[in-house]
Design a protein around this ligand. Structure first.
Ligand SMILES: Cc1cc2nc3c(=O)[nH]c(=O)nc-3n(C[C@H](O)[C@H](O)[C@H](O)COP(=O)(O)OP(=O)(O)OC[C@H]3O[C@@H](n4cnc5c(N)ncnc54)[C@H](O)[C@@H]3O)c2cc1C
Length: 1003
């Protein structure tokens, strides 16, 4: 049955795409980690699904819930059908919570997406039911008798198995029931009525019918209307006819048609999902033909698919009349049914003995004539309480459907992917965009960062800006719609709610991308080229390319935020935590935590606004020193422009000696070569967005929206050129590309024919070696080519003796410092002398001011030469800190870095004492019946908000890591690292686990 369904989907997709292909690929046998063993897994995040999870848990079951949507409540918050009758709003404790504080006016009560999400979150958190959003359940596990024994899920962390004795399939297409072998009634291809809700200042004109909701009057916290939105927002329910055939692509197209017809200049928000009563249903052993009376009258056996053991279907896909199905789509009824089915699942478990989850596996099948190649994917992590990692399940070799075929697949339709889609489609490239969310534009639209910070506002960015201005009054809405409508006009296809989760490879050639649809369909889109615009190098990582995220020497990151949405607001830019975007549980937990702390507003954005993510280590890796030395390249691809916008601390040694913020916070112009987008090994792939090949310091310049928009456009031109020339992406005629980019205003004429300005000339290095004596000027040239610079600096150091006025000790110390940074210990005694006789408060001498803390600068240098002579002085400095009332995180940072470099057990007692100083330890958190808030968080604050969580956690973890690596005789550090290894915040947990696993550290 599964294969029949798959082929049917393929045919439908092929028809939509104008392609005539029905094919499959083979995925080789493998093992997947088991996340947890539970009694009941609920798949789907509707209100009914939450009620089912709650009621099973009340019966003593261990329950887990997963949903592909990025929050709970896709049926209410995702459709924006935010109303209920007074009786409905009062029909269950969960409904009361969903409409809490929103009184019924006349006949209907209205709630907000934020209230809905918070109420559903709270229901599961209170019942201690772990749940993962952004996680797609794609397959069922079966035991030896063929009974359902859990699910396989795909997310940012790769794929995992969740073993369970009963699965409640609350997905809107009952895809897991089908996977388990359930038969379904046909879905005739014809015209269906769907409803799409928009909030706008004006009724949409393109729909068959528009239902107004004059009583919708949210309170003032919901709005932040600027001058551009001087109209009265209203809620409109738009009815339209669309052709559907049951395929994922058909639904994706329907959503696009709805958006085409409902967008207005005054739009403030629009639903992610359509409301629709499906014509098909899963065939149950006991179908129901009764008319609707209430949920209590329904026979639950109509929700048990015939010939399938261990699975119940929740919602409109039950074997009930379509009149009843329509009633079940109302959240109030969904909740009552969910509560009954959750209880039914528990009773089934109590009564049955037959399912043996220990024998669960993912079955497979061989197909002939499969497209040559195999699937590669990442194998990532999940945190506590989401995973206890209880073994592995076997997955047999199996066929995956080919869901489509295209010339260019863009993974991620965000800040970079959106412009790439418009650019490629306009160049006539057959383009498919796979976007996890339901809008294009990523951080700049869904994430509500709707304004430019520096960047070059030229080239395609100017084209975008003009289009967006004409498109709508609210920039986030207008921009998302401009990308969508322009690319669609030019023929691009969008698969919203879909995620790229793997690479289909033959040797080193990337032939396709493994995608999952919101309903859990997992298949491959074959393509000639891929632009990885996930901003997290997801496709590159899956393909096995080298990537990086954590800095090599310490735990460090750039602040992350999540916007609180007020309707009509221009944006919301905040910074209060850290996130590891490669960890699905961290992203899920971060959203949950943010919503729980947000008191008021319309909604919280569905996108984690991370400034730093996983990046490719490609053919060329751009470093911040490339900008500071004005590096030019023969293959300049895009130019960037910004201040060094670091939301945290930099990693490079240069920044420990030269303060680049403060008064001298210059605007930098940066060239970036095409090679920074090419993987070292894989062909057919360009990696862009903020997942490009650049160091974390460099990204503080390269991540601005105007430049990323031009980067997306340039990538589209590169692909178009490769297709036209019939050459590999790494072999395109670069000059031709540059000429086109010049013609389009993205690049200036001057880049064409420019040689590589590196390696730096000998004269330049000599000059820099002479200049550093004043304010460390020219240090960037020294640090950009340390090996060649060393003899020049040494020479200058020696020359100090030849001055008629004698050797100036202050200048000599500058050279001793720089030499040590280059790994040369010639000036060690001078440095040790200084750190032994000064304190943390010591200032720089006038004229030699490097800006950063002077003690830190010299300590790092002593670390670089592994100075044993410095140990007594360092011990002294550590004890000094431990005695302070407030232990400054920035001082601890350097000690944590330097101690393992010096690697002397004599440092152990002092480091252990520092960790036990007041407030230094104890910042790990646990998830329980409540979610610990971020200290100092305010939902109205911006990026300047003061929150100590980030600095205190980094201080504790980095000191503990240093101590652990040095020996940790009392086990103080191990205890701390273990507490973080079990922290729900993946950013810390993943780092702590790595340190613990690599016992002995860098010894
Ligand atoms: C809080 C914050 C404030 C900022 N402030 C400014 C500012 O004021 N001005 C400025 O110019 N810049 C600012 N920046 C920088 C800039 O906004 C970002 O660097 C930029 O938007 C990132 O673009 P991107 O294309 O790399 O990622 P995104 O815009 O996040 O796009 C990535 C897209 O890919 C999708 N996706 C991810 N993984 C997958 C997958 N596996 N499959 C399918 N889809 C996937 C995501 O849903 C998303 O839509 C800020 C950044 C942050 C985080």
């Amino acid at each position: 049955m599964k294969q029949v369904l798959n082929r049917w989907v393929v045919v439908a997709l092929a028809l939509c795409a104008g392609l005539a292909r029905a094919a499959e690929v083979m995925e080789s046998a493998r093992e997947l980690p088991i996340v947890q063993d539970v009694d009941v897994v609920v798949v789907g995040g509707s209100c009914g699904a939450v009620a089912a999870a709650q009621s099973a848990a009340k019966m003593g079951m261990r329950v887990y819930l997963v949903t592909s949507y990025d929050t709970l409540g896709e049926d209410l918050a995702g459709t924006l059908r935010l109303w209920a009758t007074g009786a409905e709003a009062d029909s269950s404790p969960l409904m009361k919570a969903l409409f809490a504080g929103h009184a019924a006016s006349n006949a209907l009560a209205y709630t907000t997406p934020l209230t809905v999400k918070k109420a559903l979150d709270a229901a599961l958190v209170k019942a201690e039911i772990p749940f993962l959003t952004g996680t797609y359940a794609t397959d069922v596990l079966l035991d030896e008798q063929g009974a359902v024994a859990g699910v396989v899920m795909a997310n940012r962390s790769g794929r995992q198995a969740l073993r369970a004795r009963v699965v409640i399939d609350a997905t809107s297409r009952a895809v897991l029931a089908r996977r388990a072998g359930a038969a379904a009634a046909p879905f005739p291809k014809e015209s269906y009525t769907v409803r799409h809700v928009v909030i706008s200042g004006r009724a949409p004109e393109g729909c068959a019918k528009v239902i107004e909701h004059p009583d919708w009057q949210p309170d003032r916290d919901v709005f932040k209307l600027g001058k551009s939105a001087n109209f009265k927002p209203q809620l409109f329910e738009c009815e339209l006819s669309v052709t559907l055939d049951g395929s994922a692509q058909g639904f994706a197209e329907a959503l696009n048609v709805a958006r085409d017809k409902t967008f207005t200049f005054e739009q403030l928000d629009a639903a992610d999902r359509l409301a629709f009563v499906p014509p098909d249903r899963i065939i149950a052993a006991k179908p129901s033909t009764t008319t609707w009376s209430d949920v209590a009258a329904l026979n639950l056996e109509s929700f048990r698919p015939a010939k399938v053991n261990g699975l119940l279907v929740l919602g409109a896909m039950g074997d009930v009349t379509r009149e009843v199905a329509a009633e079940l789509l109302k959240p109030a009824n969904g909740i009552l049914l969910g509560a009954r089915l959750g209880r039914r699942a528990a009773l089934d478990i109590q009564a049955k003995t037959e399912t043996n989850v220990s024998q669960a596996s993912l079955r497979g099948e061989q197909v002939k004539d499969a497209v040559a190649g195999d699937v590669r994917e990442v194998s990532g992590t999940l945190t506590q309480p989401y995973a206890t990692w209880s073994g592995k399940v076997a997955c047999a070799a199996r066929a995956l459907p080919v869901l489509g075929e295209t010339e260019l697949l863009i993974a991620g339709g965000g800040t970079t992917g959106g412009p790439a889609a418009v650019g490629a489609a306009r160049k006539g490239v057959n383009t498919v965009v796979i976007e996890k969310l339901y809008e294009l534009g990523g951080v700049q639209t869904v994430g509500m960062i709707c304004g430019y910070y520096y960047g070059n506002v030229r080239g395609f960015t100017t084209v975008i800006d003009e289009g967006v201005k004409a498109k709508g009054a609210i920039r986030s809405q207008a921009k998302a719609e401009w990308y969508r409508s322009e690319a669609r006009k030019a023929g691009a296809q969008f698969w919203f709610g879909c995620m790229a989760v793997g690479a289909f490879m033959e040797g080193n050639l990337l032939k396709g991308v493994v995608v999952v649809t919101p309903e859990g369909e997992r298949g491959v889109i074959l393509t000639k080229a891929v632009f990885d615009a996930t901003g997290n190098a997801d496709v590159a990582a899956a393909a096995g390319e080298e990537t990086e995220f954590y800095p090599a020497e310490e735990l460090n990151g750039q602040g992350v935020g999540m916007a609180v949405i007020r309707l009509g607001a221009g944006g919301h830019n905040n910074d209060f935590s850290f996130v590891d975007d490669t960890d699905a549980s961290d992203m899920s937990f971060f959203g949950l935590r943010t919503r729980s702390m947000t008191e008021a507003g319309w909604d919280v954005a569905q996108l984690v606004n991370s400034r730093e993510r996983r990046r490719l280590v490609g053919v060329f890796q751009v470093s911040a020193l490339d900008f500071y030395t004005a590096h030019t390249y023969p293959d300049t691809f895009v130019q960037y422009r910004s201040r060094f916008d670091l939301h945290g601390t930099a990693s490079g040694d240069f920044f420990w000696s030269r303060q680049i913020r403060g008064v001298n916070h210059p605007i930098l112009e940066a060239n970036v070569p095409y090679r920074a987008h090419l993987p070292k090994r894989v062909d057919g792939l360009l990696v862009g967005a903020i997942g490009m090949s650049a160091t974390r310091d460099a990204m503080s310049i390269l991540r601005m929206q105007p430049d990323l928009q031009n980067q997306g456009y340039a990538a589209a031109l590169a692909v178009a050129l490769a297709l036209k020339e019939g050459c590999a992406l790494r072999a395109i005629p670069i000059k031709k590309l540059q000429e086109q980019l010049v013609a389009d205003g993205v690049l200036p004429q001057s880049v064409i024919g420019t040689p590589d300005s590196h390696p730096l000339s000998e004269d330049m290095l000599k000059l820099a070696a002479a200049m550093i004596r004043v304010n460390y000027d020219g240090l960037q040239f020294i640090m950009a080519d340390p090996q060649r610079a060393l003899p020049c600096v040494l020479q200058k150091y020696r020359e100090l003796d030849t001055h008629s006025s004698g050797r100036d000790p202050a200048v000599s110390l500058v050279y001793a410092h720089v030499l040590a940074l280059l790994g040369d210990a010639t000036g060690e005694d001078e440095l040790v002398g200084w750190v032994s006789t000064n304190t943390w408060d010591a200032k720089w001498d006038t004229g030699l001011d490097a800006g950063v803390n002077r003690m830190s600068a010299y300590l790092l240098a002593l670390g670089r030469i592994h100075s044993k002579k410095a140990v007594p002085a360092i011990n002294q400095r550590i004890m000094e800190l431990a005695a302070f009332k407030y232990v400054r995180p920035e001082h601890c940072r350097v000690l944590a870095l330097v101690a393992p470099l010096i690697d002397d057990p004599a440092l152990v007692p002092a480091l252990a004492a520092l960790l036990q100083a007041p407030e230094v330890s104890g910042h790990a958190i646990r998830m329980g019946k409540t979610i610990p808030p971020v200290e100092g968080y305010s939902s109205t604050s911006d990026y300047r908000q003061k929150s100590t969580e980030k600095t205190f956690t980094l201080r504790e973890i980095n000191l503990a890591t240093a101590l652990f690596r040095l020996g940790d005789s009392e086990g103080v550090a191990q205890k701390i690292l273990e507490s973080y290894a079990n922290d729900p915040r993946g950013f810390y947990a993943n780092y702590a686990r790595r340190v613990l696993q690599a016992k002995g550290g860098n010894k």
